[in-house]
Design a protein around this ligand. Sequence first.
Ligand code: HEC
Length: 485
Amino acid sequence: MNVTESSSPSTKSKGLFGWFDKRTGLDSVLRETLDEPIPGGARFAYVFGSGLIFIFLSQVITGVFLALYYVPSADHAHTTVAYITKAVSSGSFIRSIHAYGSSAMVILLLLHVTQTFLYGSYKGRRELLWLSGCGLFGLVLCMAFTGYLLPWDQKAYFATAVGTNIAGEVPFIGGWLKSLMRGGADMGTLTLSRFFVAHVLVVPAIIFSFVAMHVYLFRKAGAAGPISENPVAPTSPSEPFYPKQVIVDAAFALLIILVLALMSHYSPFELGPEANPADAHYLPRPEWYYIPIFQWLKYWPGSLSFLGVVVVPSIVAFFFASLPFLDKRMERRPWKRPFAVGCYVFIFLALFGLGGLSYRGDHADPGYDAQLTAQAKATDDFMKQPFQPEVSGGATAAASAASSDPQVAQGAKVFTAHFCNACHGTNGAGGPMAPALTGIHKRLDADHLVALFNAPTEKMTKGGMPKVTLPDADMKALVAYLGSL
Ligand code: HEC
């Protein structure tokens, strides 16, 4: 039988490669991959897709290293991230590559979409390719959202509180959606483990399958080539993917990792103080790519939120996803598609505009400005402190030392359960928000303490300390615990 050249050109190969090839068909797979014809030849404009795959792999690898230390629970998440940042060798560097990598991913995504859009490369039987790309767009935003909470610092906690509250605004299913995300009414360990599972298992698995689909559909349709080209039956002489485009893509990947490494080395990604749910003054700000949406939602208060949160974004997403179904002309040159390009530019300008308004809003109001500066300073201060390990697994040291007295141990639990430690520090040792409570029993006896809890002083209220109302037994335990400090 005559073996045709294209079906199995490698039957002659010998040695280790031949052995391997006979069992895997590696040679034809490589040929299939590397010989992909690119009409009009290699170009820098085509690097963004493979750049995205590269950065995704970098996220997977750095993510695996982070997961070696990370514990997704409200008691330990922040300590473990602090440990990675301050104690693990190269920990801060790897974490920074991962954190900056998420921004790089969003930037590359926007560049990839823009290139596809301007080149009209979604045309010519590429509807499913475009749709799988839209799916990937959403999935990347999901990764950014779920990853943001994991360090469990102030920024993470309050931005995610806002994000999940927004989900709560969706009509009919909002309440359900919000408690599904949070694992209950409030944010805590259940929220963290849900976000963690989504971030490291569920969403990446879906991304892998979507990437496979996207690449397959891309190969099936073929590279669209330059803007003058017919997207279905290109006529310009083509060049194989290897070597020129591979080299350009590799150079781009190198550039990405170089930029990330320089940023991570010279300006390591920060970690703020641990989340303090009792802090009523914290001004949440999401990562930069969510700022335009964040600003947008401010214009839709109360009963209008339905329009801002659901209707308008759904319309935009719907038209965006159906683009190749709506725009069926084969014309690809941007200047011949003024309406489509105009819409695209408009959306981009709107996003930039919203970002600008958000920035101006923050800096025009002196109260906001001061609070944001204080928050940035708290983060800087926290970064300068050396790593502090947890005392005996999250529970307080006093509790274990005094575990002979069950009332004191119970009081220690009340103390942490009501976030007293968030302001007064672990074991009431004091913190930036409130003074130490050690030796408090020398100044205030049990009755005075209870009275104080029922009627907090002005200073306490100003400092954000809530009125403490507890069942009798818990109150007694709390007072006993305070007496043990
Ligand atoms: C939001 C931060 C915050 C939280 C949470 C908080 N406190 Fe306070 N607490 C303060 C501030 C601020 C003061 C006032 C300090 C001052 O008078 O200078 C204060 C004062 C006190 C005092 C009086 C201290 C003194 O020296 O007179 C006690 C006792 C106390 N808190 C106990 C608690 C307990 C118990 C809890 C948990 C149920 C708690 N606090 C939660 C911020 C907080």
